[in-house]
Design a protein. Structure first.
Length: 156
């Protein structure tokens, strides 16, 4: 009698399953990070600039309105403009008279000469007057506020 030898049962080769979709490979993480930076970073910079602009506007309004008398409000606006002018030109705050008003008009002003030939002339002597016309004061405040914000952004 012959003895049966144990036989091995051969099975077909099993291919393992492919990798899952999660977690992604490191390259995909880098691409996702780059896309997030391209989207979020400009928005963050824009929000920061708007917040800074709002703070400058609030500073101007607070300083001008904290002075009760109209001549003091003109003086406060003039002081803020001189401080902001130093951001553009370090010697601009020392300008006097028409040279100061021409500096405030700006080099490429599209609005003409609102300081040297318009409402802005009130800056020359408005802080020394006994009375300032409220309409002139409002026009000056709006004009000075706009120029203050331009100077704070560094635009001559």
């Amino acid at each position: 009698m012959s003895q049966a030898s144990p036989t091995l049962v051969l099975r077909d080769v099993h291919v393992p399953q492919g990798p899952g979709w999660w977690p992604p490979a490191p390259g995909w993480w880098l691409i996702l990070l780059a896309l997030l930076l391209l989207v979020v970073l400009p928005l963050a910079v824009l929000a920061w600039r708007r917040r800074r602009q709002r703070r400058w506007a609030e500073l101007f309004d607070t300083q001008c309105h904290s002075a009760l008398a109209p001549p003091a409000q003109v003086a406060a606006a003039s002081e803020l403009l001189r401080r902001a002018a130093r951001r553009v030109d370090p010697g601009a705050d020392r300008l006097q008279g028409d040279a100061w008003l021409q500096f405030l008009d700006g080099k490429g002003s599209k609005a003409g000469h609102p300081f040297s030939q318009g409402e802005g002339r009130l800056l020359l002597d408005g802080g020394y007057r006994r009375r300032v016309d409220p309409r002139q004061l409002e026009a000056l405040r709006a004009l000075a506020r706009g120029r203050f914000l331009q100077l704070m952004r560094g635009r001559a």
